[in-house]
Design a protein around this ligand. Structure first.
Ligand code: NDP
Length: 444
């Protein structure tokens, strides 16, 4: 392992910018996000819990009083919940049986390995949570909701510090050659120094992104629904739609876990504040915001609307999964498969890694990948709409995730394009000619 600060490792980001734009992108924006996002998560919780879900009331004297009275502090209870859950998930990742999956080759020619036991871990985690709470009475099923403020601030503060550990580890003891500091501390802290850090043999991205964040998100929503049931004696249809869709989406995530290892979070984004703090603090605080709002604002939707929203959501989950699976299947079979009943239309692309080796890859040009280059973001957004609509239209907060996701995915489609253009050069240009739109044909 190196003890010198490694120079920037090769990436496929391929940005060319003026100096001012570069400073804005690599210093101003990251600094702003690091300053603004931790309080934002707490403010959303206070607005949801004490101000009837109104962000505007945060700006009033009443909002100020709520801030003073309810601003959460890290607590022993929160630390115990977080540590117990993290250790439990680490144990499941390590101990449950599962195949080994070789991830995509990195720009410096490494190939990370993952253990595929996500479905089993999902079943055990949910079984253990429901069994220990409802069955054995060890804790209330509403435990996450009841400690949510403390949990958010504890997660946020501890992860903020952990990202500094990642920064120094990346500089002084990187796990692979896919590491490198730019010298700009703000950007290196925000974006991360390492692509695939490991600690005692544990792949941190798989542990944090998948097993702690995604699993925690699902259990959080279940705990929110449990709190509502304890409060009003039943789970309202609005909460039912929202939580069933969310839990189903997260089950799909674990069913598709190997596909996640070929996504941008894993292949491209370094493990710094953006990803690490994002999955540990932003995901619980923002991704479950509609369910959080619904706990105290139950609405009954009526059977047709309930069924309609569930159908819309499940349809979106299916199309999103089918699109992701299509490109995975085409690559796994070397193109020897069918897409929508026909042989796939393919571009046989090549790319070169930093070690000078040339690799071959397939770009799918038919099926969902022939509609637009990121058409699968449409069902991802449709699903978020389906689980947000049960909240009605009296407040903006339950739609914050939908708005955030729209911005995130629009930016992501552009970033991915840039990455793939640098990686595949003329092969990507050929794909863009055949499939000219990024997300919605005729629009973007
Ligand atoms: P994508 O699934 O869009 O994968 C992008 C990569 O796929 C590219 O970098 C390229 O990688 C490969 N690729 C691109 N075009 C083709 C093609 N035509 N044929 C074959 N391979 C291609 O990555 P995302 O990470 O954006 O999305 C993954 C999933 O996660 C999606 O379902 C998305 O909706 C979801 N998501 C959810 C978010 C949330 O917060 N809820 C946020 C972001 C994503 P290569 O180098 O291998 O060629």
């Amino acid at each position: 392992m190196s003890t010198r600060a490694p120079s920037p490792a090769p990436t496929w980001s391929g940005r060319r910018q003026s100096r001012a734009a570069e400073v804005f992108r690599t210093t101003v924006v990251p600094l702003l996000l690091v300053i603004v996002t931790p309080p934002a998560v707490v403010l959303f919780w206070i607005a949801c819990t004490y101000l009837d879900g109104s962000l505007l009331r945060l700006l009033t004297a009443e909002g100020l009083a709520a801030l003073v009275d309810h601003f959460p502090r890290p607590s022993l209870a929160a630390i115990e919940i977080i540590v117990a859950f993290a250790v439990f998930e680490l144990g499941l990742l390590k101990l449950l049986p599962g195949k080994t999956y070789d991830g995509p080759v990195t720009p410096t020619g490494n190939q990370p390995r993952y253990k595929l036991n996500g479905i089993l871990a999902w079943v055990v985690s949910h079984g253990a949570f429901l069994g220990a709470s409802y069955g054995l009475g060890w804790f209330s099923p509403a435990i996450v909701f009841d400690h949510f403020g403390e949990l958010l601030i504890t997660l946020s503060a501890s992860c903020f510090l952990f990202c500094w550990f990642l920064y120094f580890k990346g500089i002084h003891a990187p796990s692979t050659t896919d590491a490198g500091a730019s010298g700009n501390v703000v950007m290196d802290y925000f974006w991360g120094v390492e692509l695939h850090p490991t600690l005692f043999g544990v792949n941190l991205k798989q542990l944090f992104n998948c097993r702690i964040s995604m699993m925690g998100w699902s259990l959080t929503v279940i705990s929110f629904a449990a709190r509502q049931r304890l409060d009003i004696g039943h789970v309202s249809t609005s909460m039912l739609v929202c939580s069933v869709l969310l839990v189903a989406y997260l089950f799909k995530f674990f069913y598709w876990e190997s596909g996640y290892f070929t996504s941008l979070d894993i292949m491209h984004d370094r493990f710094g504040y953006y990803i690490c703090w994002g999955v540990i603090s932003w995901v619980p605080g923002v991704y479950s915001i509609t369910a959080q709002y619904l706990v105290k604002h139950p609405r009954e939707l009526g059977t047709p609307l309930t069924i309609g929203l569930l159908a819309l959501g499940f349809g979106a989950i299916w199309i999103n999964y089918a699109a992701d699976a299509q490109r995975q299947r085409v690559r796994a079979t070397g193109g020897q498969t069918t897409v929508w009943g026909k042989p796939p239309e393919l571009i046989h692309a090549e790319y070169t890694t930093a070690d000078g080796k040339t690799h071959k890859s397939l770009l799918l040009v038919s099926g969902y990948w022939g509609i637009a280059r990121h058409f699968h973001y449409v069902p991802e957004l449709t699903l978020a709409l389906a689980w947000s609509l049960p909240a009605g239209f009296s407040h903006f907060l339950p739609y914050f995730y939908l708005m955030f996701l729209t911005i995130l995915l629009t930016d992501r489609a552009g970033r991915d394009d840039q990455r793939c253009r640098t990686k595949y050069g003329p092969f990507w240009e050929e794909y863009c000619k055949k499939v000219p739109y990024k997300i919605v044909p005729g629009v973007y």
